[in-house]
Design a protein around this ligand. Sequence first.
Ligand code: GNR
Ligand code: NI
Length: 169
Amino acid sequence: MPEKLKILIFPDPRLRKVAKKVTKFDKSLKKLADAMLHTMYDANGIGLAATQVDRHLRLIVMDLSENKDDPRVFINPTYKILDNHSLYEFEEGCLSIPGFNELISRPDKIDLKWQDLDGNEHNDKPEGLLTVCIQHEIDHLEGKLMVDYISSLKRDRIRKKIIRDFKRK
Ligand code: GNR
Ligand code: NI
């Protein structure tokens, strides 16, 4: 059974760290990816960035399938926004910001590159939810959160509410 990891909650300052490129494609990387997938499924999330479990490596896991049977791992992901993109508005949630959903606009056409657990390179032009989710996750690797796209007034309200809720528990 893979290990279950603790998910950092906003406004934890560790969520603001910038993740480092993965250079060693070894067994411990596979073990971390497994633990992250297990943690993501357990929390009913569709994606998880290593930053959220306090591991500051450029590693993302995701499962966008209906039946939760399509685990995907993206290592060192980068993307370019395509010239012919539009802005696509989507109601996003975040496991590090529990209880809040916000409408966020992001480019809907990107050219995505990443590596797999063996270090092999891949390239794709995704569509739909994958485009939204991968941008959300790559933001985490840069220390950026979805609440950075909304007003500071709203962000402050969310911060205070979460601090209150987590003190009560
Ligand atoms: O579980 C998640 N759902 C979600 C919904 C819309 C847009 C992005 C996401 S990602 C989120 C899990 C998470 O916090 N990943 O960083
Ligand atoms: Ni998130």
